[in-house]
Design a protein around this ligand. Structure first.
Ligand code: GDP
Ligand code: ZN
Length: 315
């Protein structure tokens, strides 16, 4: 049988078949997963093959195969350096929730998030929340930011989790897909998810990331099916996702507007900093690239280490 992993306790996995029946499954033998070395062999979102075993009239499954993953989100394991923990796999998209104030979301945060999502091959949609509470000036800022991000290919929606404005648009995008909500604490993730599906009471609130810090706790994600043919992955205690280790040369590939121009630079290893005949710098001078985006790019290649740590994503 084939199914999708909805929940993991580390030794047991809840696997749901296409017909919607859930089985508790274990793993048999050692698993060798393509690509990454992780502390957990199977994660929420994985598609697995399993056989049924019957004990005392109860059917449990034994997983013997994991299908190739479309993508993964990981965090560095706290106790085993170099090892990663796969939080979830096969996400169709992540909604990054942004507020201009209460709390402010900085463009440097947005851009780091997008770079990571690009590196993970996960589609991101930007939701500007709390538009009901903004004055004209703040709404102008939303429009300005939405313009910058739309220009480079990201879908942007102004929403209000409180009044329900544009929540239907978010639901329409979620249909038939697996999504996740990210963003700083206080931007309105729980409120929005509640507006989308009132019956669902996510655990997001129960574990604060502060609580997690320094503890050798493993965070377990969980997937939920909603009433309108959509699924959501809840990641208690994780508001963003860990940054992929990347080379300086690679960073520009995850800025769509820089990636598009890099073949026009004189040097093919151009970092777009001080090199002559750089197409990116030229575009910046012509206002074809947003300065805030370029500034984020520089910050990332200059490696502000502390921003890279997942612990600092939620503040
Ligand atoms: P989370 O930490 O991202 O899950 O944020 P919450 O959903 O707990 O929301 C934080 C605060 O913002 C709460 O007091 C919410 O009532 C408020 N809030 C959430 N969405 C909106 C919104 O669209 N408009 C306004 N005015 N307040 C909101
Ligand atoms: Zn260049």
């Amino acid at each position: 049988m084939t199914g999708k992993v909805y929940k993991s306790t580390g030794s047991w996995y809840t696997v749901k078949t296409e017909l919607g029946k859930a089985y508790e499954c274990r793993i048999k033998g050692k698993f060798r997963i393509q690509g990454i070395k992780s502390t957990n062999p199977i994660a929420v979102g994985d598609i697995v093959d399993f056989d049924l075993e019957t004990h005392n009239n109860e059917d449990t499954g034994v997983i013997h195969k994991i299908h190739d993953r479309k993508n993964v989100i990981v965090r560095k394991s706290v106790n085993l350096s170099k090892q990663t923990h796969v939080i979830a796999s096969n996400l169709d998209m992540v909604f990054l929730m942004i507020t201009i104030n209460n709390p402010p979301t900085l463009t440097s945060f947005i851009d780091r998030f997008l770079v990571t999502a690009e590196a993970y091959s996960i589609k991101t949609i930007l939701l500007f929340n709390k538009i009901d509470a903004y004055d004209k000036e703040t709404l102008d800022e939303v429009r300005y930011l939405a313009h910058i991000y739309r220009e480079i290919g990201y879908e942007c929606i102004g929403v209000s989790a409180k009044t329900g404005k544009n929540v239907d648009k978010v639901k329409a995008l979620m249909e038939g897909k697996v999504s996740m909500f990210s963003g700083h604490s206080g931007v309105g993730k729980s409120t929005l998810v509640n507006a989308i599906e009132p019956a669902l009471n996510l655990k997001t609130k129960e574990i604060s990331s502060q609580h997690m810090q320094g503890q050798h706790t493993t965070t377990f994600a969980e997937m939920y099916d909603l009433s309108f043919n959509a699924s959501i992955v809840d990641t208690p205690g994780i508001k963003g996702f860990g940054v992929v280790d990347m080379d300086k040369e690679e960073v520009g590939d995850y800025f769509p507007e820089i990636f598009k121009l890099k073949q026009d630079c004189k040097f093919n290893n151009c970092l777009h900093v001080k090199e002559p005949k750089c197409a990116v710098k030229a575009a910046l001078d012509n206002d074809e690239i947003a300065f805030s985006r370029y500034r984020s790019y520089l910050q990332i290649i200059e490696g502000e280490e502390e921003h890279y740590r997942t612990d600092n994503w939620d503040n």
